[in-house]
Every structure is written in C-alpha cells, then in structure tokens.
Design a protein around this ligand. Structure first.
Ligand code: IPM
Ligand code: MG
Length: 367
C-alpha cells in the first residue's frame, strides 16, 4: 500500500518525536511492504517564523491532499516566546484549532492505558491500580468554548472578556454515535461527562446522548458531572471504559488520565472526521523546557502512528505489531526519563534511554 502522510513536525520536542514515529513507520513499510511518502507541512510557531501565519492556506491544502497527517507538537513557552506577543489568532495554537476545524476533525480519541510495566510510574496507590486500567477518552474537538465567539472589551474603564460555549444537537449526536460505536467494540460502557447541573449546553448534551443510547441497547450509558469525573479518575479509574465529553472537559480530563497512566508522554491521539482521514498526534505539548535535549518520550507519537495505521489505512496487523513492540521495549526495561520509577532500587532495575534510542529499540522489536 502507498500511504501519503503529511507531517507536521512543529515546535519544541515535535521534530524529535516525529522523527522516531517516521522511523517506526518506515520499519512497518519495510516489513509489510508498504511505502510511506512524507510531506512536511508547516504549522505553529515554525510557520509563524517562516510565513507570519500559524497555518497558511497552502498548509491546509497540503493536509487535505494527504491520506493522514502525523503531527508532533506546536507552541512554545507562553511567558518568553515572541509568538505569544502576537494577537491570539496569530499564535501557534490558533493554527491547530483552525486545522481541526478546516478538516472537520470532530472526534478526538485518546486511549489511556496503564501498561503493566509502568505501574511504578503511576502516582496512584497500588490498591487503586489493581489490575490496571484501560479507557478511551472521546473528546468533541470542533465545538464548544474553543470555537465559540470571544471578545475582550473595555466599558467605562472596566475590561471584560467573554467566551461562548455553544453546541447544537447535530454536533452532539455525531460524537455520541462515535463514542457508542467504539464502546460497542470494547467493554460496552459509555460515561458521558457534562456539567448539566449548571450549563444549558450540558443539558442538551445529556438529552442527545440519552437519545443515541437508545440505539445501542448492549452498551451501558451513565452520566457523570465533570467535577465528579475529575475526582473519580484518581479515586477509581478502573470504572471507566469510554468517557464521552465536550471539547474543554475532554482537554482537561485527558491530561489527568494521562498522568494516571504514568506520563503524558504515553498518551496517543487520533482526530477523525467522517472519512478515513485523520490527524494523529501525541496529546502532550511541545515541552520547550526539554526541546533539543534528546530526552523526550517518543512513545505517544509512535502509538499515534499506530492509530493512523489502524484508523486511516485499516492496517490492523501492522498497528498491533507497533503496539506490541512498545510493550516489549517496556518489558525489556527501557524507559525515557519521564517514565523512570521514583524509588532508587526500582530505578536500578531499568535502563534510561533518550528519544532516538527509544525509537531504535522499538524498531528492533518489530523484527
Ligand atoms: C490538546 C492541546 C490543544 C487543545 C492546544 C495546544 C490548543 O492542549 O490537544 O489537548 O487544547 O486542544
Ligand atoms: Mg490539551
């Protein structure tokens, strides 16, 4: 198969982690007889530096012409980077939001899974961890607060900032269906997360989710308030299978879920629309503090590439092989710094490696 992959290396650790994911894809190509053709696409801070815009029309066209886009991370240090002196719509993150909207990537899948080998990196107590956990966060990605009208204005010397949270029933229905479809192939439970005790948008969310649930009699559906969910994620994460939620709640809860699974460096993601196209990116940020040091964890990006194989190219066996190789490397005791155990005796039992070595080790295990 010939696969046209747009690549947004981006800023910070982006280029380093993307290089490892490409290495792994090339290994898949070599082993299974596929060709991955990459085309670099500018987005974020590097695009601002080169073109003055975080996302150009050309970049959008390049992404649209690809079968899938693999992305690293965008953005910089909000306190020191000159990108954050620009108006909000010219900053790196605006590029990512615009790309999600342009490509209609409304369904964001973030699988949070605790690897047996990473139990030590999990900050929760052993009795809470138990046999580990495995959940899928389904985050609505093109609506809500991140896309509603916003303004900052001054009236009579007082500055007021406004953001608006809007959802229509169709936007809720299509993400809910995706959530139930995925739950039907997993442990058949959807926890829909909202703030229906306060927000109108959440009350509509709950009503539409209940309607969609009628079509999935085999999938259990429960509703949970977002503040409670934030607590339940650290109190008893095992209870979750699919967490279905709106844009901002999903943004926040997925970072929390990633930490519960050991590190944000492990959390992959797929952003999908109604076609086979997808944008695949690690859920973590550009980590400017460690950029260029060769220590960033490439696993989330590599697992995002595995999601690309699975969801865009229907290459399930290849995706399984990548995921197995990641598991094996962890089993063999290799860790990037973010997933090193805390206790000295446990640290002594594993080997700390950098970004490129981790990529090499994963490729080796695909032989
Ligand atoms: C994420 C990120 C982005 C988001 C930022 C960079 C705009 O935090 O993918 O979770 O909020 O969606
Ligand atoms: Mg986020």
């Amino acid at each position: 198969m010939e696969c046209r992959v747009g690549v947004i290396s981006g800023d910070g650790i982006g280029p380093e982690i993307v290089a490892e994911a490409k290495k792994v894809l090339d290994k898949v190509g070599e082993k299974y007889g596929h060709t991955f053709c990459y085309e670099e696409i500018l987005m974020g801070g590097c695009s601002i530096d080169a073109t003055g815009e975080p996302l150009t029309k050309e970049a959008v066209a390049q992404a649209k012409a690809s079968d899938a886009v693999l992305m690293g991370s965008i953005g910089g240090d909000t306190r020191t980077s000159p990108w954050y002196k620009l108006p909000p719509e010219k900053r790196p993150e605006a590029g990512l939001l615009a790309l999600r909207k342009e490509l209609n990537l409304f369904a964001n899948l973030r699988p949070a899974y605790l690897y047996e080998e990473l139990k030590e990196a999990c900050p929760l107590r052993e009795d809470i961890i138990g046999d580990g956990f495995d959940m899928m966060i389904m985050r609505e990605l093109t609506g809500g607060l991140y896309f509603g009208a916003r303004k900052t204005e001054e009236t009579d010397g007082v500055v007021t900032a406004t953001d608006t949270l809007t959802y229509n029933e169709n936007e809720i229905r299509r993400i809910a269906k995706r959530g139930f479809d995925i739950a039907a192939k997993r442990r058949k439970k959807v926890t829909s997360v909202d703030k229906a005790n306060v927000l109108d948008s959440s009350r509509l969310w709950r009503k539409v989710v209940d309607e969609v649930a009628q079509d999935y009699p085999d999938v259990a559906c429960e509703h949970m308030l977002v503040d409670n969910c934030a607590m339940q994620l650290v109190r008893d994460p095992k209870q979750f299978d699919v967490i279905l939620t709106e844009n901002m709640f999903g943004d926040i809860l997925s970072d929390e879920a990633s930490m519960v699974t050991g590190s944000i460096g492990m959390l992959a993601s797929a952003s999908l629309n109604d076609t086979k196209f997808g944008l695949y990116e690690p859920s973590g940020g550009s980590a400017p503090d460690i950029a260029g040091k060769g220590i960033a964890n490439p696993i989330a990006t590599i697992l995002s590439a595995a999601m690309m194989l699975r969801y865009t190219f229907d290459l399930d066996a290849e995706a399984d092989a990548v995921e197995q190789a990641v598991k094996q490397v962890l089993k063999d005791g290799y860790r990037t710094i973010d997933i090193m155990p805390q206790e000295a005796d446990k640290r002594a039992a594993v080997t700390e490696v950098g970004t490129a070595r981790m990529g090499d080790l994963i490729c080796d295990r695909m032989n």
